[in-house]
Each structure stands twice: as C-alpha cells, then as structure tokens.
Design a protein around this ligand. Structure first.
Ligand code: FAD
Length: 362
C-alpha cells in the first residue's frame, strides 16, 4: 500500500509541475532599452511561460524606459523600481532588490543579457540565494513534462558547445544570454502588459560610485552594427590604423573593431576589441584586415554572416589548411582567419584597402 501511495504522490507532483515563469532584467542607458536585453526577453519567451520584465533605475530614467518596455512583445508583466540610489545600477546596491523579489516568488528563471553589469549582478544574486548561474547561453529549451531546462553555451573560446541541463529540483535557474544568438524582441502595439511599481530596497553598501567616463563615438555601436571592419597588428600604429581602417568603415557605414594585439599596442581604444576577452559580434559583414585569426579572436566573430579577410599570409598556407597533416605545423605569417573566411584576399593590406576604397567611391 505504501508504494502505491508514493506512486500516486509522484504522479501528482509531475502533473502540478510549475509552468516556467521568467524574470527578465531589462537594462537601459539614456532612456533606451539595451538591445541585449531585448534578446534576453526573446530567450525568456522561449521557455513557454509568462515573462515578467524588471526595470530598475533613477526616478528620471525609469518612467522613460517603462514607456518603451510596456510595448515589448512577449512581456506579461512589467515591474519597475526607482530610487536615487539606483541611478548607477551598481550590482552591490540593486542585488537586495532582486533577492527580495525572488524570495517566495513565482519565478523559476532569471534571465539577462550577457552584459558587463549583468555578469556582475546575476551570479552575485544567485550565490546569495545558493543556486548556480549559467552564463553566455546560446539556446534554451524547457520541457514542461519533466520541468527541466536545457541550455547550450560555447566553451573553450567557442571551439565546443556544452549542453547543460538544469534539473527540476533546481527551483531557480539564473542565466545570461549571448545577444547574437537570439533576435531582439519586437514591439507590439497591441501588447497589454500589467505594470507594477516595486518599492526600492534601501541598502547601505561599502561600494560607492565615483565617476563614469564614456567613450563617445558617432560611429555605429560595435556589438550591434550590421557591418564591422576590424584591424590587427599589421596596421603598425595608431595613425595608420586610423588612416586605413576608418575610411573603409565610413564608406560601408560600419563599426570599427580590432584584435587584441592592435588594442594592446595602443592603435585604438580598448572598447573596440573583438574576441574572447572583448566583444562578441555577429554582423552581416565582418572584414578582418591584417588579423591572423587566433582562436581568441575567432571566438568573437566567427558567427558573422559574411567574413572577408585581407592578409598577406602565404598562399602555401591556404593549401596547408586543406592538408594540414601533410604540410606540418603552421609557420609565422600564417593566417587561420582563412579557415572561417568566406572571401579571402591574400594581399598586402596597404595596397588592397586603398583599392577597395577607390572602387567603392567610384
Ligand atoms: P597577429 O597574430 O600578429 O597577426 C597579424 C596578421 O597580419 C598576420 O596574419 C600577418 O600575416 C598579417 N599581416 C602583416 N602585415 C600585413 C600586410 N601588410 N597586409 C596584410 N596582412 C598583413 N585576441 C583578440 O583579438 N581578441 C581577444 O579577445 C583575445 N583574447 C585573448 C585572451 C587570452 C587569454 C589570450 C591568451 C589571448 C587573447 N587574444 C585575443 C590574443 C590572440 O591570441 C592573438 O595574439 C591576437 O588576436 C593577434 O592579433 P592579430 O591577429 O592582430 O596579430
């Protein structure tokens, strides 16, 4: 009799498995929602349950952002919380608000973009609640019958994909989303989102915001631009980088990127670095000019739709790509960028780039 009872209880637990309910952290800047958060919202809707958005900030910013967020397709409810102390969105200062919202809550998943600030916030809150957090997720699938969620995420600088399953026993699943892997949630003029103000949780923190210095640029934003022109070590110095890469980028209406070698050598600003320790981009067009294509660089751009490489690496190396075992290890000047390039130009960039510019300006 006992085993039958247990069996029944087991079946009942399955039948009443809670439907997934995601809480999405909607980040913003200058009154605009971040595009990465729109991708996080799309990922959240793929769980198949209701989705609650959360906007946090100062009293000046929050109303502006809420006006935009309430039009987003896929949101069921929109929570917003404002306080002067939320003006800088320091993880130390807003994490108590998350903890309060997530304690005895309906939420099963907490989702955000894989942004610098969310990378600091989500693992912090997850650790405080004693649950794990998963980062840089590229796909998500929830199985309602077993109440498990399966994620994929790149590992080893994008050379392998890990499939990770969160068991049903894990009541709260935190994950950050790789923006390039999910479309941005669109607006929907017929959206009817329930709005709720949430009291801020006042907190004293040993962390204090001192100042923010933003790199201002009239060029397209690297992470979201549909076209990117990147320069590498071969650009020699800041002056040639600017004279060579910027005119081509301007003609194409493209954002400018760089390899770490170019950034480390001071050819351009840090914020332009593409790769494992820089930005991850997946534009329609990615031009790699004088970049060898080290795996750490490929990790940040190999999902681009059309990759064009200009590199003077020897043509012998290209055949080595086809028969690498026969021809032995790579030599200096070799360019693994040709492994991922759709269009590869074995040429001196100082001849080729001016030619491309001239042709395009005709
Ligand atoms: P090089 O490898 O020196 O390549 C220069 C290329 O220019 C060569 O292929 C050469 O054939 C070509 N060339 C030279 N002259 C010309 C010419 N006149 N015309 C045409 N082609 C020419 N790197 C990143 O980019 N992003 C990262 O996020 C990143 N993270 C890293 C993290 C870690 C932990 C580590 C260890 C490394 C990381 N790196 C990263 C560095 C990476 O390993 C490479 O060192 C770097 O990407 C090389 O940059 P590069 O291709 O510009 O330079």
């Amino acid at each position: 009799g006992r085993s039958i009872l247990l069996g029944k209880a087991f079946v009942r637990t399955y039948a009443s498995a809670p439907s997934p309910h995601a809480l999405v952290y909607l980040e913003h800047r200058g009154g605009q929602l971040d595009s990465g958060s729109l991708s996080a919202l799309t990922a959240a809707t793929q769980l198949g349950g209701p989705v609650t958005g959360l906007v946090v900030g100062s009293q000046e910013e929050v109303p502006k952002v809420v006006e935009k967020a309430k039009l987003l397709k896929g949101l069921t409810t929109l929570l917003h919380s404002s306080s002067p102390s939320y003006a800088q969105l320091l993880p130390e200062i807003i994490s108590p608000l998350f903890r309060k919202l997530l304690t005895s809550s309906p939420y099963t998943h907490v989702v955000s973009a894989h942004s610098s600030s969310a990378k600091s916030l989500l693992p912090r809150v997850a650790a405080q609640l004693d649950v794990p957090a998963l980062s840089d997720v590229t796909s998500v699938e929830h199985d309602g019958s077993t109440n498990t969620t399966t994620f994929t995420r790149p590992i080893y600088a994008g050379n392998a994909v890990a499939t990770v399953r969160a068991p049903s026993s894990l009541s709260l699943k935190f994950f950050t989303v790789r923006a390039t892997a999910f479309d941005a949630a669109p607006e929907d003029s017929s959206a009817s989102v329930e709005m709720k103000a949430v009291d801020p949780v006042d907190t004293s923190s040993p962390t204090e915001h001192v100042s923010t210095s933003l790199t201002k640029s009239s060029r397209p934003e690297l992470s979201t631009a549909p076209r990117v022109v990147s320069g590498g070590r071969a650009l020699k110095n800041a002056e040639t980088f600017e004279k060579t890469i910027y005119p081509l980028a301007d003609l194409l209406g493209a954002a400018v990127g760089a390899s770490r070698a170019a950034v480390d050598a001071g050819y351009c600003d840090n914020s332009l670095q593409v790769g494992q320790t820089g930005k991850v981009v997946a534009p329609e067009l990615y031009m790699a000019i004088g970049i060898s294509g080290a795996i750490q660089h490929l990790a940040g751009m190999k999902d681009s739709k059309l990759i064009v490489a200009v590199n003077k690496a020897s043509a012998a190396y290209i055949s080595a790509m086809v028969m690498p075992l026969k021809l032995g290890p790579l030599q200096d000047g070799d360019a693994p960028i040709f492994q991922v390039a759709d269009v590869g130009l074995v040429a001196d960039l100082y001849e080729t780039v001016p030619q491309i510019i001239e042709k395009m300006s005709q």
